[in-house]
Design a binder for this molecule. Structure first.
Ligand code: F0G
Length: 457
């Protein structure tokens, strides 16, 4: 008999988690104005709000922290990190930042001007925020197929080359760069194919534009290329990463995802001018160029994490866990963005809560129901997160409305996946009794989902 699949690691350290009663959760959620970001972590049993900074580090990462060099300038840890990034990405200039959005802030301060257009594939909310707050426009050119959650396609994160070319023609002199998010978080942790990255590069060359990768989950993207794209089955994940980055001029990185650290990020590029400009902004916003908001020990852990998480076994363990959760949801016929993403399952909330109108935010309603059911904290990636249109101030209802269940790396077991699946099934079974959703009582102008105050209708 063939042996079943199992994790490529064993557990050395554990952290207790606590269940609660439904009455407690009702009270806590009311106090949090029905915004799960406002809950205390101790009020949560299984926390799927994000896979960012919530992974479990390895023994090698913890060991490297003990020999972190905390020198202000020229720390050995910086050079460890830089050498690893050079090797894995091929980019020679590296500027540390404290997290991904800080990398965006530093680089976009140099590159994005009022009235600019930045086309790409479903910009993440902080990326969009850093573009729109500079009175520029983030133009989403993702393939239309990504919108249909039941279509099973290998690379739903791709950019539509024709849409992209149209933007390049219409706004040519106002485009500082094209941004490709790998994997594409907003449409469901869906990968971008190597072919698509290559085609974007060719188009960019034709219009003389640089390409930037938002690389938070680039290793997961490389895993999917290996598993799904013709010609890559026998290439290592590291080889695939190197090829991916040959199609970009630079990257912003949230190391809290695929480098499996609790905090950290960086900019890396081969464009000397970008580096020279970013250095100055980096010093003002983040810190000196060899630490940029990071501790020496964290730069060491980042270097080891990046190396480990571009190895096949680690990625296979991770992504097979997401696929396991997806298989349990299939059993219960719960609709989600197909196929399962790299870091999360995205439940198609309007397909579950068919009686809740879009104006009453189905995905947020489902987020609330799942927390009340079992103390599981997911996160709305939908109409609330989409913010209002900066010009019309209308809600943006044109995208998907997802409840995202983000799975932290190496943190929960498949028993936890079973609890999540059954809790969701219980909500699903009573879906027709849920007829009303949520109303906004207060919201911020930008990135409102973090602080929005809601009431139950
Ligand atoms: N880009 C992508 C694709 C992201 O998913 C994130 C963060 C960022 C940039 C910003 O990085 O958090 O280090 O400042 N995503 C997290 C999430 C928060 O939950 O998906 P950061």
């Amino acid at each position: 008999m063939e042996l079943p699949f199992a994790e490529s690691w064993k557990i050395k350290m554990i952290e207790p988690i606590r269940k609660s009663t439904r009455a407690e959760r009702e009270q806590w959620l009311k106090e949090a104005c029905y915004n799960v970001f406002q809950l205390k972590a101790e009020q949560v049993y299984i926390d799927l709000i994000t896979d960012s900074g919530t992974g479990a580090m390895s023994d090698r990462q913890w060991a490297s922290m003990m020999i972190g060099d905390e020198s202000y300038a020229g720390a050995t840890s910086f050079f460890n990190m830089k050498e690893t990034i050079n090797r894995i990405t091929g980019f020679k200039y590296v500027l540390p930042t404290h997290q991904g959005r800080a990398a965006e802030n530093v680089l976009f301060s140099c590159l994005v001007k009022e009235g600019d257009y930045v086309p790409g594939n479903s910009h993440f909310d902080t990326t969009k925020g850093h573009i729109e707050s500079r009175r520029a426009f983030a133009v989403d050119c993702t393939v239309d197929e990504a919108r249909d959650t039941q279509l099973e396609l290998p690379f739903k994160g791709n950019v539509d080359i024709q849409k992209l070319e149209k933007v390049l023609i219409e706004h040519n002199d106002k485009i500082p760069f094209i941004i490709m998010t790998v994997t594409n978080n907003t449409v469901g942790g869906q990968p971008v194919s190597m072919q698509n990255l290559r085609e974007v590069r060719q188009l960019a060359n034709r219009y003389d534009k640089p390409v930037l990768f938002d690389s938070a989950r680039f290793a997961e993207n490389a895993y999917f290329i290996k598993m799904r794209e013709k010609g890559y089955a026998n290439r290592t994940v590291k080889e695939i990463c190197r090829e991916m980055f040959t199609y970009a001029d630079g990257m912003t990185m949230s190391a809290k995802k695929d480098a499996i650290v609790n905090m950290g990020g960086f900019i890396a590029t081969n464009i000397e001018e970008w580096y020279e400009q970013a250095k100055i902004k980096g010093i003002v916003f983040e810190g000196y160029i060899t630490y940029g908001g990071m501790n020496g020990r964290d730069m060491n852990a980042l270097a080891v994490g990046l190396d480990e998480n571009t190895e096949f076994e680690n990625l296979e363990t991770r992504i097979r866990q997401i696929e396991y959760l997806a298989s349990r949801l299939d059993e219960f016929e719960i609709p989600y963005q197909r196929p399962a993403g790299g870091h999360a399952i995205f439940i198609d909330a309007p397909k579950v809560l068919t009686q809740v109108s879009k104006e009453e935010f189905p995905a947020q309603t489902l987020t609330v129901e799942l927390y009340l059911e079992a103390g599981i904290r997911g996160c709305e990636i939908g109409y609330i997160l989409a913010d209002r249109d900066p010009l019309t101030r209308e809600n943006r209802f044109d995208g998907n409305d997802f409840l995202r269940l983000a799975i932290p790396r190496r943190t929960y077991t498949n028993s936890h996946m079973d609890v999540i699946a059954v809790a969701l099934k219980n909500v699903f079974d009573r879906r027709n009794s849920i007829t009303r959703g949520m109303a906004i009582e207060w919201e911020a102008e930008l990135m409102r989902h973090f602080t929005v105050k809601l009431k139950r209708l």
